[in-house]
Structures are given as C-alpha cells and as structure tokens.
Design a protein around this ligand. Sequence first.
Ligand SMILES: Cc1cc2nc3c(=O)[nH]c(=O)nc-3n(C[C@H](O)[C@H](O)[C@H](O)COP(=O)(O)O)c2cc1C
Length: 351
Amino acid sequence: MNDATNERKIEHIQAIEDDALTDRMGNYFDQVKLTHRALPQIALKDVNTQCYFLDKQLSFPLLISSMTGGDHQLIRRINRNLAIAAEQCGVALAVGSQRVMFNNEAAKESFELRQFAPSTVLLSNLGAVQFNEGYGIEHAKKAVEILDADGLYLHLNALQEAVQFEGDTDFSQLNERIASVVQGLDKPVLLKEVGAGFSCADIDLGLEAGVRYFDVAGKGGTSWSRIEHHRNQHRQSEGSNPADQLGLSFQDWGIDTVSALKMLNGYTDRSTLISSGGLRNGIDMVKSVILGASICGMAAPFLKPAMESPEAVVEQIERLRKEFKTAMFLLGIKDVNSLINNDSLLLNERY
Ligand SMILES: Cc1cc2nc3c(=O)[nH]c(=O)nc-3n(C[C@H](O)[C@H](O)[C@H](O)COP(=O)(O)O)c2cc1C
C-alpha cells in the first residue's frame, strides 16, 4: 500500500462494510408493475435465459459491475474470485478503475484475469476525467491489453469527484477526449456513471463521440457521495474538513435507474443500454430488460461473496439466474429477445 489511489480502493471497501446506508436502497424497481400470467402457456423448463453481449454468449444478461483492483491481497482475491465465478456461470465481469496500475506496477497483477476467465466477457475500466489530466490513448490500450478485455468502460463520476477532497473536477470538453479514445481503440468503448444516472443530453454527447454502449448506473443503490463523505471524515490532516457535509447533502442526488431507462428508451435503436444502480434481484433484472436494457449490472451485492470465495459468488449468481428465469416464466416469455422493450408486459398505470 504505497500510493493514494491504491489506498483509496481499500477505503471504499471499508466504508461499504462499515455503513449499510452506502446502499441507498431506493427500491425504484418496485414502481414497475408487471403483467403476471395466471396461464403462461409455457413450461418452466423451456425458458431460455441465454443472450449475447459483445458477440459472446452469456447464460443470462448479468454483468458483475466494476469494483476494484490494486496492490493488496484482499483486492487480488476479490478479482480472482469474481473472474472464476463469472467464467463458471457464463456472465460478464468488469473490473474497477485501472488508474492504480499506472501509479503502482504491483497493482497490475490484480487485473491479469484472463487466465481465470478464458472465454467470458471481461471489461476494462478507467475514469474518463483522467483523459483531461494527461491520459492518452496509450493508457486506454494498456488497460485493455492487461485484461485482454472485450471492451473499455470509461466511467463518468462528476458527483464523486466533486465531493472527494482530492477530486479531479475538470470535465470540460471531455466528450472530445472520449471521441479520441473511441477512434484510437480497436475495442468498443462503453460509458458508465457510478450511481447518479444518465440524461438524454449525456447520451447525445456520447453518441456524437462515437460511443454505442451506455451503462446508466443510476441512483438507488451504492452512493459514492456517501462513501466519499466517510473518507473526508478521516482526512482532516490532509486538508479536508470533517465538518463538511457535502457528501451527505448529495447522497441521493441523481437520476434513478428506472427513470433513466424510461427516459433513454428512445435510444435503443442507436445504442445498447446497460441497466445498473440499485438492482438487487432477478426481478429487477427482468424489469430492466423490459424497459430496454440488453444487460444488467450489479456491484455491491457481489462485494461480500467476492471477499469469501468463488463458490459464494457462484451462489449469488445462481440465485439471480433462478429469479430471472422464474420471472420470465410467470410472464409467459420463453427467450430474452422477447423481453427487451416489450411494453405489453408492463401493467398499465391505470390499474
Ligand atoms: C466497492 C465498489 C467499488 C467500485 N469501484 C468502481 C470503479 O472503480 N469504477 C467504476 O466505474 N465504478 C465503480 N463502482 C461503481 C459500480 O460499478 C456501480 O456503477 C455502482 O456501484 C452502482 O451499482 P450497485 O448499486 O449495484 O452497487 C464501484 C462500486 C463498488 C460497490
């Protein structure tokens, strides 16, 4: 543990472990009512949850969202356990920000995951704002190379950076930097938030920059504002003011995942939407797909199992798959393609 970025990754995990309310439990998916079928006219055994993402087959549309990486035994274990389980279950996995490997050579090992997940979708991750702070296409290429990734997530975390005492807050003309990464990289670039959601204006800028994959990562689940608040509380000696309540004031800021999906539904002909932020079960996943998402991400629900073992992660994935399949059965839907954007499965608000 010899640099600030590395240390920060452990502090994030600590804050989530110590404070259950870093998960805001917005339960926004409860507002989405589905048309239960008393007579589904299909057999449960015939429900097929398989789907394709980035040209690879997945057993169902689950992505373990970006979490961590760094030079620490716990972090190496988390990523290894996630990779083994993702491969075994045929789901996608994204790693946490790889910025740490540019500051600390020893952090690279935590991202060498292809050996544990030879065939499934793996996604790299960098903070988009770093491309306003000196990063260039070579950083993007190295991040993808070490993971042998199928694509690169660029995360947009303006709220988190604004609340962080050492945050990078120059987001000016960032879409131009994103466009140059899209042009220079031979893998798809995906844009994601980290828990505050996307608006139509954001997607318009992303599309202009050449991005075709958007992970809304809306509010309702993990609050980075609240996590950074905890870090600020412990940082008096380094210039932060513990009396500063900015992180708490903004802990519920943003666009919730359900509203984001509804708002962005008109973009599904031009882009692939990923639903994440506060999804907590397979029913939330089914609702996300009905609202237009091609795949669903979850981060915090995988943290504890990942600290334990690959088996604990597999158990969590299998629970989600069972819920996802059961919900499809109860809607009378046999395949994932028939779920995507299927408005007829939404119970009319009038009832
Ligand atoms: C421990 C932890 C670390 C995270 N680190 C990153 C990161 O490095 N990069 C990133 O893009 N998102 C990161 N996230 C955000 C998640 O990928 C996700 O967008 C967000 O947590 C919302 O999903 P959730 O409510 O299921 O946790 C992290 C989340 C957690 C829980």
